[in-house]
Design a protein around this ligand. Structure first.
Ligand code: DGI
Ligand code: FE
Ligand code: FE
Ligand code: FE
Length: 188
């Protein structure tokens, strides 16, 4: 397997500077959330570093991977926002040699969440949302809630994201709605 230094070099090469620095902040935030929640810190580091590995790939790469790997054809109705996690995990497996399914699921679900998420998946989902470079108004509350209760943070982000998508008339990927139904009513 690649060392952390080798992984960082691969991320630096794959991403523009701004995105690369986001990834480093997500890693550090994921490590802290992992320590606070009894999650494997090395897996949190790897997943945090890799979660946006595919973000700057051309659409053709994702379309080819969806077809070649027999992924859900409904994915073709979405775009980079959904593909870079779900399809990006396949590219990470092939190109970075990361085979750990918990890490790959954390990448797959970092944008949409999922009805069932392991503690590592929750850590990466929240680290991406609350890393110190994020500055939308709700992030202050998101950080406080997540520090108190990781699952409550998942519910908070899921509700905010759905409200944001609906307010912009954006298409909602079905998994995002599944995440809402599984997490938000439970935390009322
Ligand atoms: O890759 P990042 O910018 O670090 O963060 P992310 O992977 O969480 O992506 C966030 C974007 O994804 C944000 O603009 C909202 C969008 N998004 C999340 N869920 C959905 C979605 N977009 C669509 N169309 N449908 C969704 O269900
Ligand atoms: Fe992302
Ligand atoms: Fe996110
Ligand atoms: Fe991200």
């Amino acid at each position: 397997p690649l060392s952390r230094t080798e992984l960082v070099d691969r991320l630096r090469a794959a991403l523009k500077d701004k995105r690369f620095h986001h990834v480093l902040r997500v890693e550090q935030t994921a490590i802290k959330l992992a320590q606070a929640n009894g999650v494997d810190v090395e897996k949190a580091s790897i997943a945090g570093l890799c979660h946006d590995y595919a973000k700057q790939r051309p659409d053709e790469d994702f379309i080819a991977a969806i077809k070649e790997k027999g992924l859900d054809p409904d994915l073709l109705n979405y775009g980079n926002a959904i593909w870079h996690g779900v399809v990006g995990a396949e590219l990470i497996k092939d190109e970075l040699g990361i085979w750990d399914e918990d890490i790959l699921n954390a990448v797959r679900h970092h944008t949409t969440g999922a009805a069932v998420m392991s503690p590592l998946e929750q850590v990466v989902y929240m680290a991406d949302y609350i890393e110190p470079g994020r500055d939308f108004p709700e992030v202050v509350q998101a950080r406080a809630i997540t520090k108190r209760d990781l699952g409550a943070g998942v519910a908070y982000q899921t509700k905010q994201t759905l409200e944001y998508l609906v307010s912009r008339n954006s298409p909602v990927y079905p998994k995002t709605i599944e995440t809402y139904n599984a997490w938000v009513p439970a935390y009322q």
